[in-house]
Design a protein. Sequence first.
Length: 152
Amino acid sequence: MELDFLSENSEFECYEDKYLDLMKLTLNTLGLTFNPIVSVTIVNNKHIHRINHKYRDVDRPTDVISFAFLDGNNQRDKIFHSQELVPLGDIYISYEKAIEQAQEYRHPLEREMSFLFVHGLLHLLGYDHMTKEDEEVMFKLQEEILNKRKRS
C-alpha cells in the first residue's frame, strides 16, 4: 500500500499518516486485499477551481476531486481481491473548502479533512452518489469508516 502525498500548505502535512491509516481502514472495512497506490494532493481553492473547470467543466472551486484509474475496467472486482500493487488514482482536496465546511458543519477540521479523503477514496473504488440509492450506500459507508476510526 502506497500513499503519495503532497500539500501546498505545510500545515496540512500532518495528514499523510492519517490518510494512510484511513486507507487501511477503508480497505479492511470493504474486505479488499489488493495493495493500492493513491496520490493525494492538498491544494487551495484556486488550484482545485482550475481542475474542476478543466476536467468537469464546472467553473467554481469544490472540496474534493478524484480521478479513478480503473473506471470502466471490467476486471476491477478481481483486481480489488488480488494481492497486486495497483495504481488506484488521484485525489485533490481543497484545504480552504475543508476549513469553510468544518466551520459550517461545526465539527473539527480533522473530521472534515478525513471525510473528504474517505469520500475521494470511495470514488476511486467505484462508489458514487449520482442516484439517491447510491448516495445512501456511499454516505453510510463513509460514516461507518469514520466512526471506526474514532473508536480505534
